[in-house]
Design a protein around this ligand. Structure first.
Ligand code: XLS
Ligand code: NI
Ligand code: NI
Length: 441
């Protein structure tokens, strides 16, 4: 295991190992076996599990009714540079102990933003250098970087869609620095989550102009990074609402349409978050299927919502049914393009033991692993694929095939309809499909 630096933050917890489903050790994987090959790839390669810097090392557990409950050992130094280095030490210790290969960050997760732009730039450069060393010593890689253009009050009216050009420019400056940090750390991708890109009231909003600005802004970011030699993917992370009432990147379909409108579809793909999918009244698997259909299934932010609440609770994944259905689509799509599975999830406010964050990530990884194994078995050994393919068999020959090939006119359909007369009903067999999933879980 990597050099942990002078201080050990997660004392008493060693490397998390795979022990199999009969193990009673809470600090072991039951299903996630990194080297196990499933459908031609190891689990490690399929998932590229990643830790979200913000939730795991910055999130103190505050909510609108009370302050944070976490007492992080790495958050004690009063000097912001020292505090950031301590946090990086804790982060790399944790990621290495989990046996994961990746992390993701927002610029100001790495280090506290300073009171001036110039000072923030210096701080970011300092911590980037430090993390570069940590990366080299541990072998941990950067799945994606991003800029937090939503927390600071200056962005309350948006960043790339702010009605004030000076605020938009500030966001541009910040994205440039976040791209620089991402590239310096060999980031494999770069994410845009439009946290404040949307509106609260249409009365004071010129939506068309704001969308044009966002298209322009993303084009500039793409052009800058490409000119610096960045070869990775850009991802849009859709979310329908929260914090804004209406967010422009509502869901995958909306983001794909937007990217095509502004000619960005070759460089950008979609980063799908479970809880954002459900907030958009979709399922996780629906969002994956939508992105896959467009050839834009980039990355996943793994978590789950609370199905009785209407907000982004970012709980760790443990819904095996939901994840199995998602893994079916994932496998059929041939996996992710450039991205990985980032645990954009947080432990609950009252989960205050040091081991809780390990248990949370173990549970999340095991949920995905078990779902992947199940989905693979469903595809390779059950009637599932056949049943689904058969529903469309009338398009595999004759007139159906001609239709798919674009050889028929509406009059041709009219003739087929005339010849057929009345049709018999064909069952969709939904319950049978559902039972197959249950049988294999
Ligand atoms: C918030 C988003 C955010 C992005 C990165 O809801 O999920 O965490 O993943 O900015
Ligand atoms: Ni996210
Ligand atoms: Ni989210």
């Amino acid at each position: 295991m990597a050099n942990l630096g002078d201080k050990e933050y997660f004392k008493g917890i060693g490397e998390i190992k795979f022990e199999g489903k009969d193990s009673d050790n809470p600090l072991a994987f039951k299903y996630y076996n990194p080297e196990q090959v499933v459908a031609g790839k190891t689990m490690r390669e399929h998932f590229k599990f990643s830790i979200a810097y913000w939730h795991t090392f910055c999130g103190q557990g505050g909510d609108p009714f009370g302050p944070g409950t976490q007492n992080f050992e790495w958050d004690k130094a009063s000097d912001p540079i020292q505090a950031a280095k301590d946090k990086a030490d804790a982060a790399f210790e944790f990621i290495s102990k989990m046996g994961f290969d990746y992390f993701c960050f927002h610029d100001y997760d790495l280090i506290q933003e300073a009171s001036t732009f110039a000072e923030s730039e210096k701080r970011l450069a300092t911590i980037t250098d430090y993390i570069k060393e940590k990366k080299a010593a541990s072998g941990v890689k950067l799945l994606w970087g991003t800029a937090n253009c939503f927390s600071n009050p200056r962005y309350m009216n948006g960043a790339a869609t702010n009605p004030d050009f000076n605020v938009l420019s500030r966001a541009g400056g910040q994205v440039k620095l976040a791209l620089d940090a991402t590239m310096a750390l060999d980031g494999e991708n770069y994410v845009f989550w439009g946290g404040r890109e949307g509106y609260m009231s249409l009365l004071n909003t010129d939506m068309g102009r704001e969308l044009d600005h966002m298209g322009q802004f993303l084009t500039m970011a793409r052009d800058y990074a490409r000119a610096q030699g960045f070869k990775g993917n850009f991802f849009i992370e859709p979310k329908p609402m929260e914090p804004m009432k209406h967010q422009y990147d509502f869901d995958s379909a909306t983001a794909i349409g937007f990217l095509k409108e502004y000619g960005l579809e070759k460089d950008f793909k979609i980063n799908i978050e479970v809880n954002h999918a459900t907030l958009a009244q979709h399922t996780f698997q629906h969002e994956i299927a939508t992105a896959a259909k467009a050839g834009m299934l980039g990355s996943l932010d793994a978590n789950r919502g609370d199905y009785q609440n209407g907000w982004d609770t970012d709980q760790f994944p443990n819904n095996i049914q939901e994840t199995t259905e998602a893994m079916l689509v994932f496998l059929k799509a041939g996996g992710l393009q450039g991205g990985g599975v980032n645990f954009d999830a947080k432990i609950r406010r009252n989960s205050t033991d040091m081991e809780d964050v390990f248990l949370a990530h173990i549970g999340g990884a095991d949920t995905f692993a078990r779902a992947l194994l199940t989905a693979d078995k469903i595809i390779t050994s059950s009637a599932y694929d056949d049943l689904r393919t058969k529903r469309y068999s009338s398009f595999d020959a004759g007139k159906g095939k001609d239709f798919e090939a674009g050889k028929l006119s509406l009059e041709d359909l009219y003739k087929v309809a005339q010849e057929n007369g009345e049709l018999e009903l064909k069952s969709g067999k939904q319950e049978l499909f559902e039972n197959i999933i249950n049988q294999y879980i």
